[in-house]
Design a protein around this ligand. Structure first.
Ligand code: C2E
Ligand code: MG
Ligand code: MG
Length: 638
């Protein structure tokens, strides 16, 4: 049993209350001592029942009983104890803590009893009993101390645990707060994105101006107000002139930058309650609410046109000039639908472009007729090739030094059964806008080359004659243009140098063409290149240095003014000199007087073309002319 007690001590859990075990241990110790004494006394036959030897047994039972009660008190979580009334438990616990004192009280009672009547115990027995009680009290104190120490330790541990837990809670709390802050931030971000989306849906992302949707909404409201309370409005559609050239020559980034600057400048020209929006591309639109009389609206148009006379400083500090054409609708009360307002403002804007750009035009119903005519022309053009409605006239080109014929310019003519005879100025712009020019241009090239080949064969002495063919920008910048050109010339059996392409200056600025080795390939092919209407476009002389141009055709507008002692003489002289220094030749177009011809010859201009020398003629007339030429040559040679 002692061994068992030792084992118990060895394995005891330090945190738990040790007192019951200690009491049991002492009880057993007392029993072992008594038992040993009993064995010895029995051997010596001196054992007397009820003597000191039996005291150990009593003490053992007593200690084990106290230990048992103690244990029950400690393990309060036992379910039966839990169920008990807590005050009763407290009371019992209080009583038990005084148990050793009861013993002392018992001892005192016995001593008192000893004093009054004789006891069956001797003084030694009572003394021994007193010592035992003292030991029990001291033991109880030790146990209490140990218990208190353990309790303090437990409290300490508990406080530490609470501390740790509160720290953990604080951490969790901080985490939660952080998460809440993040969530709030995310909510704010979401709201911002939603706001941006709402803004984007109604605004143009480049210029931040209202877009078509928002504009139409405001216009609808303005129409409704005019209806209800008679407040008027005006609409201005603005389209930048030749914006494509800026994109082609300066690049799209610069183009975008210019649009942003244009938007800023437009805003500057308007009042607070006017709306300026971007319809798309280079098209802007303005809604002037309650704009006053027509003169005030026109004053705004003039203010905008004046603003556009100043250069735009776009990215890379480049100054760019761009003009704008404006179509205006002022008679607000005539409209019920916003789409009708836009249509009429558009018509007026196109009219402004047609009349020379950089101007405004106020819509009037007659303009609608000209638009309708455009639509009719476009429809008729679609079937014109198939119906063989096109023909070519040829205007001779002469050498100004020798007066001899050097070739022709092929000029298209259109005879439509419904519209009658149409001149290129009327239908070429429509064909260009609709893209039909590509098909028409191919037909012109085929027909002009075929005709020249026929004349070369018919009039062999004149097989040096060259055919000038006008090529539109859309046709020229097609990726398959050069291949088609070569195939056409080869199939017909002409020399490549017998064909001279007339292109406008603006194509020289086309970055795509310049970068793609296009012009070099053309030169290798041998086909000649002539810049038509030179001086009216945007080309700078530096471009000419890098592009293999053969001839520069000086625009008719310069020739017209020749001889009046104005600046155009100097200009033409400068162009001729510059062209010669770049190994290029010059043609003057639109020569109408002998004086003009004489001046141009004096300036060393190489070739001439104009009504004075010959008007454009049809095939029959040209053939009569060529026959005369051939006969003259035969006569000279014979
Ligand atoms: P352009 O290439 O500059 O052609 C010269 C225009 O000036 C022709 O007008 C011609 O008839 C006219 N002209 C020639 N000499 C004189 C003159 O002394 N005085 C005056 N006032 N005019 C003269 P047309 O045939 O009406 O052609 C006008 C424009 O149409 C042409 O200008 C050209 O840009 C375009 N065009 C004509 N045919 C074609 C074609 O087949 N394809 C393309 N893409 N454009 C063409
Ligand atoms: Mg031409
Ligand atoms: Mg021309």
């Amino acid at each position: 049993m002692l061994g068992a007690i030792l084992l118990l001590f060895y394995n005891r859990v330090r945190d738990e209350n040790q007192a019951p075990i200690i009491l049991v241990a002492f009880g057993i110790l007392a029993m072992v001592i008594s038992d040993s004494a009993f064995s010895i006394e029995t051997m010596l036959k001196t054992y007397v029942s009820g003597g000191w030897t039996d005291f150990g047994y009593v003490l053992q039972n007593l200690l084990v009983a106290v230990a048992g009660v103690w244990q029950i008190m400690t393990v309060r979580k036992v379910s039966e104890i839990k169920k008990m009334n807590s005050t009763l438990l407290d009371m019992m616990a209080g009583l038990f803590s005084y148990l050793p004192l009861l013993w002392l009280a018992g001892l005192s009672a016995m001593l008192f009893d000893r004093h009054t009547r004789p006891l069956p115990m001797t003084f030694e027995q009572i003394y021994g009993f007193t010592i035992t009680v003292w030991i029990v009290v001291v033991l109880r104190q030790i146990v209490t101390n140990v218990d208190i120490k353990h309790m303090l330790h437990s409290i300490d541990e508990y406080i530490k645990t609470v501390h740790r837990q509160s720290e953990d809670l604080e951490k969790i709390n901080a985490g939660l707060e952080e998460e809440m802050a993040l969530r709030e931030e995310a909510d704010r971000e979401k709201e911002k994105i939603a706001e941006q989306l709402r803004f984007d849906a109604l605004h143009d992302c480049l210029t931040q101006l209202p877009n078509r949707t928002l504009f139409l909404d405001r216009l609808d409201q303005a129409i409704a107000r005019t209806d209800r309370i008679g407040i008027s409005y005006a609409v201005l559609i603005l389209d930048l002139d030749e914006f494509k050239h800026i994109n082609d020559t300066k690049g799209h980034v610069a183009g975008d930058d210019l649009l942003v600057h244009v938007a800023e400048r437009l805003k500057k020209c308007l009042r607070m309650n006017d709306t300026v929006a971007r319809l798309g591309g280079d098209e802007f639109i303005i809604l002037m609410e309650n704009p006053g009389d027509k003169d005030t609206i026109i004053a705004t148009c003039n203010r905008i046109l004046d603003e556009f006379k100043l250069p735009f400083a776009i990215s890379g500090d480049v100054d760019v000039f761009i003009s704008v054409s404006i179509g205006v609708v002022v008679d607000a009360q005539n409209y019920e639908k916003s789409s009708d307002v836009l249509r009429d403002a558009d018509i007026a804007m196109y009219y402004a472009k047609e009349k020379g750009k950089s101007r405004y035009e106020v819509f009037r119903p007659e303009l609608r007729d000209s638009t309708i005519k455009r639509v009719i022309i476009e429809n008729e053009l679609r079937t014109a090739i198939a119906q063989k409605e096109f023909s070519l006239q040829y205007q001779p080109v002469f050498s100004l030094t020798t007066d001899s014929l050097i070739g022709f310019e092929a000029l298209i003519r259109w005879n439509n059964p419904r519209l009658g005879r149409q001149m290129p100025a009327e239908f070429i712009p429509v064909a260009e806008e609709s893209g039909l020019i590509v098909e028409i241009g191919e037909w012109v090239l085929q027909e002009a080359c075929r005709q020249l080949k026929e004349w070369h064969e018919k009039f062999p002495l004149l097989n040096h004659l060259v055919m000038n063919v006008n090529i539109s920008g859309k046709q020229f910048s097609r990726p398959d243009f050069l291949k088609n050109l070569q195939t056409t010339i080869e199939t017909i059996g002409l020399k490549t140098r017998s064909v001279k392409l007339e292109i406008t200056e603006s194509l020289l600025l086309d970055n795509k063409l310049r970068d793609s080795n296009f012009f070099n390939t053309l030169r290798q092919m041998g086909t000649l290149l002539q810049i038509d209407d030179f001086g009216t476009g945007y080309s700078s002389l530096s471009y000419l240095q890098h592009i293999p141009v053969d001839v520069i055709k000086i625009d008719r507008s310069f020739i017209k003014d020749l001889g009046d002692g104005n600046k155009s003489s100097d200009l033409i002289r400068a162009i001729v000199r510059m062209a010669h220094s770049l190994n290029m030749e010059t043609t003057a177009e639109g020569i109408e007087t002998w004086e003009q011809k004489a001046i141009l010859t004096g300036m060393d201009c190489d070739y001439g073309q104009g009504f004075l020398l010959s008007k454009p003629m049809d095939v029959k007339m040209i053939e009569e002319y060529l026959e005369g030429e051939q006969n003259d040559m035969e006569e000279i040679s014979s």
